[in-house]
Design a protein around this ligand. Sequence first.
Ligand SMILES: C[S@@+](CC[C@H](N)C(=O)[O-])C[C@H]1O[C@@H](n2cnc3c(N)ncnc32)[C@H](O)[C@@H]1O
Length: 244
Amino acid sequence: MDYLPDHNSRYKDVDYWDERYKTEQCYDWLGCFSKFQHLLENYVKKEDSILILGCGNSSMSGDMYSAGYHSITNIDYSSVCISSMSARYSDCPSMTWHQMDVSQLSFPDASFDVILEKATLDSIMVEEKTPWEVSPQTACFIHKALTEISRCLKPGGRFVSVTFANPLFRKRLYARTEYNWSIKKYSYGEGFQYFVYVMTKGEELSPEDAALEKKLREDTKSPPTTITTTQNEDKEDYLSNIDL
Ligand SMILES: C[S@@+](CC[C@H](N)C(=O)[O-])C[C@H]1O[C@@H](n2cnc3c(N)ncnc32)[C@H](O)[C@@H]1O
């Protein structure tokens, strides 16, 4: 089966993922765990309670389990994904699977040491015409998700985001004082570069990131400039940069 959707907007639909997961067994977006495992060593301990957002049918949860990270809660909004992954890993009792949306996490405050997402927020932003300024609807959704992530992190907990989005685009979303975290950035990959952002709860934004937040707030107060797009720009999809 060809899993590429006819339009990138399909990556936002749960129906697309449900259909895909009926037949696709395993696919790892942005590479498998071993590619960036070394970057996590200072941030994720074996005994940490870990939440994985938008787990998909990736091998990451299973690979982490095999590497000794046993307390793993996985969520995805695709019910097909959750039922097949819970069956596949039924011999890993401390790894749990739940159908849930990233913007409405049904966990108590301060539940996790680590919250990890790989390409999940990317898939939510695929329809954006420009990564410089996401639409108000998407920005609102991402803000809801990040607020939930911050809420569910323990003090000192880490939110790890693995993405193809470079800092110019991604830090604009993560650098907000209200999330109460600092941001560190790493990268991996040969040829195409991917990024790992580590947000630590309870630490302050760096002066550079605080200045970025201040600038973005000032910009939103000034009147918006009209951006006209051509038909071609409409079709432009920056997700095509992902190694499918
Ligand atoms: C690009 S795939 C990444 C899958 C996996 N994390 C990986 O690295 O290979 C995006 C995943 O996020 C899930 N997803 C998208 N939007 C979601 C949402 N709002 N809440 C929960 N899961 C979501 C999709 O079902 C899909 O499994």
